[in-house]
Design a protein around this ligand. Structure first.
Ligand code: DC
Length: 224
């Protein structure tokens, strides 16, 4: 489906606990954009593969199983939730310790990334079908691989100690430094600030200030 001129795509990349999710949700509310958390997609696929008894080291089984997944999208408020075989994997499962420990291993496998490529791009069609003004998609490779032509591309980063503090406040058990190391060093679509993207250091900013920084150019473009 061609994207109409007044349909905006906002790409937000960054490491774990860099503030992507809260910021994306706030922008989704402010501008009526579909919120797409691609980390939740990789998490749902990880949970499903683990449920099927597939280990990330068993590449043959990963290739076989990931190619057979039936993916669809269900709206959860303004957010897109991935359905696998008609089932949405519950939040508690996708944020579990087991998924935290395995998701970076599965998401480094090129066939896993390839299996999710069209699905992620297809979220623009989902947003249009449901009357959103655009979409805000967060992840690791949105501005570089999924939507390199996005209208806005941001890269959020923060001091590792501050990110660990934020994740601990959320109550999650997560080795964010280890996930960042794996996500940044993989061969396919590594985590990096894409050329031309606007980098924002969120270490000393509260959520309101981060949202304001990203919202300003979006509001200016939409007012034209
Ligand atoms: O955003 P998150 O921390 O919930 O993402 C979980 C993992 O998914 C992350 O450690 C790496 C992977 N991921 C990815 O490889 N590419 C994306 N676009 C989004 C997430």
């Amino acid at each position: 489906m061609p994207t109409p001129k007044n349909f905006v795509i906002v790409a937000i990349d960054g490491g774990a606990a860099s503030g992507k999710s809260s910021t994306s949700r706030a922008l989704s509310e402010q501008f009526n954009l579909l919120h797409v958390d691609t980390g939740s997609f990789y998490r749902a696929v990880t949970a499903e593969l683990l449920r099927r008894g597939v280990a990330p080291s068993d590449l043959e089984a990963v290739r076989r199983e990931v190619g057979a997944l039936e993916l669809a999208t269900r709206l959860n408020g303004r957010s897109a939730a991935m359905e696998i075989g008609g089932r949405v994997v519950p939040e508690t499962e996708i944020r579990s310790r087991q998924v935290n420990e395995n998701v970076s291993h599965f998401s480094a496998i090129p066939e896993v990334r390839a299996a999710l490529l069209d699905y992620q791009r297809g979220q623009a069609d989902v947003a249009q079908r449901h009357g959103f003004r655009g979409l805000v998609m967060e992840g690791r490779d949105i501005g570089s691989v999924i939507f390199p032509q996005a209208d806005f591309r941001f890269f959020l980063h923060a001091d590792p100690a501050e990110r660990a503090r934020r994740r601990a406040l959320e109550g999650g058990q997560d080795s964010i430094a280890e996930r960042d190391r794996l996500d940044s060093s993989r061969q396919t679509a590594p985590l990096a600030c894409p050329a031309g993207a606007v980098a924002v250091d969120t270490t000393l900013l509260n959520l309101e200030a981060v949202v304001e920084t990203l919202a300003r150019p979006i509001a200016a473009a939409l007012a034209k």
